[in-house]
Design a binder for this molecule. Sequence first.
Ligand SMILES: Nc1ncnc2c1ncn2[C@@H]1O[C@H](COP(=O)(O)OP(=O)(O)OP(=O)(O)O)[C@@H](O)[C@H]1O
Length: 478
Amino acid sequence: MLKSWAGKATEQDVLVKKLEEVSLPTDDDAPKKAPEPKPPSTGSSVSQEEDQVPKAEASLMQKIARSKLVTSKAEIEVQRQDPFSPLHSIKSFDDLNLTPKLLRGVYEMGFNAPSKIQETALPILLATPPQNLIAQSQSGTGKTAAFVLAMLSRVNPDNNFPQVLCLSPTYELAIQTGEVAAKMGQFCDEIKLRYAVRGEELPRGHKLTEHIIIGTPGKVLDWATKYRFFDLSKITVFVLDEADVMIATQGHQDQSFRIRKHLKENCQIMFFSATYDDEVMQFAKGIVPNPVLIRLKREEESLDNIQQYYVICDSKEEKYQSIANIYGGITIGQAIIFCHTRKTASWLTDSMTKDGHAVALLTGELSVEDRINILDRFRVGKEKVLITTNVLSRGIDVEQVTIVVNFDLPIDQNRQADCETYLHRIGRTGRFGKSGIAVNLCSHAEMQTTLKQIQDHFGKKILPLNTDDSDELERLND
Ligand SMILES: Nc1ncnc2c1ncn2[C@@H]1O[C@H](COP(=O)(O)OP(=O)(O)OP(=O)(O)O)[C@@H](O)[C@H]1O
């Protein structure tokens, strides 16, 4: 068993328990971020407090709640700086020349074949000479498993000092990565791991002997440069995980750059992110010289098997009536209803419960553990309807969902249509080639503005639906 010297919880249960005790994100070595300024209120139904959870918390929840690998129709796009370097994709973990113990760990985890990102990334990560990599693919596609495998296989256990360094944006995400490393390396007794996270203290003058360090930037920087517990110039593999979350945690960019400056030129650098906007790219470029760039191409076809409708409703009571009609008129597998604020979500939950429906409410004020319990109940069908906010807009698979209702249309901070969130929300239905229905409840004014922006963005017509007409509703069953 790979030894973790952190003295920290290494079991999922314990971790989840611990999460209850800390309010996230609690990475206390990161300077606190000032709250985002709230957009001015417009007096509409979306003017109450929005329900946004911090990126780190959302990412953690996805990691813990995910039941399996996310399958993606998107293709991998590879951009290489060096067109002559050998690059081939592998179809089996056996092709990677891993040590037998490591290979056993991989199979023990139930990984029969590499995922798409792993097929492409692993040959690059394990190539000789080592190549730098910037990889982007959506959450749940197997990035963590890919770089953890690379980290473990690059360790030289004869050298008893830190050689592999992995930076995570928060304590909890660092522990999650360590858990994967511990599982994958369960037969590699000789490899040792140490967490550099808050709560871990070492006596002055201590020299680390563990091979892998997984930690948060502030703590790692302190350990390496202030206390000299280990030598950054001896690091041969440097992994930066969750770059998009890292950027959202103030101070981490700067600390990561400072760590980076101490690394030797030949240190292999791997950079992973689920999203890839300009800020992430800037960050990546500052850290990774001459990288191979791989990314999952954007999925454009995701709306194809979803019938999209809108219903004109000028008050929340009218919206409620619409939902009641839909509920009475069509055969629903399971439904998710998205509201913009916790307040609306609670009101809707109370109203539906009073009318005798079994509904569940999932909002950001709940602990991560409670949210996961609610999702688990919904997954097994204990409730047919899940009412939620943007807390759940991305990343969670529930295969039985046949209808998604936007009680409020998704808008961004500038009160423009948030097309990405729309895609993620309605992408909760119609998964794996099944057809799904998305119903948007909106006012006349919103139909002409936000809904039109969404329609134009995706180039797909959103049709009117009269929920008072039972024949029309009946036709949705076809
Ligand atoms: N080759 C594989 N075969 C089967 N399951 C896999 C494979 N690779 C990863 N998984 C599983 O799929 C899930 C998602 O993998 P992983 O956490 O590596 O994804 P990720 O892209 O890092 O996600 P995130 O962006 O949330 O960190 C995990 O439960 C993991 O155990």
